[in-house]
Design a protein around this ligand. Structure first.
Ligand SMILES: [Fe+2]
Ligand SMILES: [Fe+2]
Length: 198
């Protein structure tokens, strides 16, 4: 595995590094065909990405509702625990499948883009570090609400909202870059070439 350059880290970069954009330039997002997007594997995989985007939106929504006082602490906690469990469970399995099954298939067949696959695998570590911080901060809110501690709730939730924004930014950027690397590869060679989509 090559070391990931600092400027290419998920926390630093803005989109896929230029040297990995050769196929993306040939197949930009607005040219991705229905055939490719609905392929057996791509269709399923993008469906998983949609789930993460939806959970992120729902989390943002309930945090904003809590900030403007339109939901109760009880209601927030119920939805928050449900959404975070869903996020943790799905993200763990999604990343495990990508790291152990999907990326190796692309790795074998696309020497030029190996650095990109290593970059994505490294993103997974950074996302997990960020979600660890998010869950520990979230647990503080739950404890505060449960114990009805007398502290400034607005300040506490505002701080949590920022931690959530950091996580959200990383995850959404990762999903986007991952699609920008892999979908052009599938557009060029097809799912079967990589042993996917059966
Ligand atoms: Fe990923
Ligand atoms: Fe993914």
């Amino acid at each position: 595995m090559s070391p990931i350059k600092k400027i290419d880290q998920l926390t630093e970069r803005d989109g896929l590094p230029k040297q990995l954009c050769e196929l993306l330039n040939k197949y930009p997002r607005d040219t991705w065909t229905k055939d490719t997007l609905n392929g057996n594997w791509v269709g399923f995989w993008l469906g998983r990405h949609s789930v993460f985007r939806e959970i992120c939106n729902s989390l943002k929504h309930i945090i904003n509702q809590l900030l403007d006082g339109s939901i109760s602490h009880q209601n927030f906690m119920q939805q928050y625990i449900h959404l975070m469990n869903m996020m943790l469970h799905n993200l763990d399995s999604h990343h495990a499948v990508e790291d152990n099954y999907i990326f190796p298939k692309f790795h074998q067949k696309s020497e030029k883009f190996r650095y990109g696959l290593e970059l994505l695998e490294n993103d997974h570590h950074l996302i997990h570090q960020s979600i660890d911080i998010l869950t520990s901060e979230g647990n503080k809110i739950i404890t505060t609400f449960n114990e009805k501690k007398d502290i400034d709730h607005k300040l506490l939730i505002g701080g949590y909202s920022k931690v959530n924004d950091d996580f959200d930014k990383l995850l959404i950027a990762h999903l986007h870059d991952e699609e920008d690397l892999l979908i052009p590869l599938v557009s060029e060679y097809g799912e079967e070439y990589f042993g996917l989509g059966h």
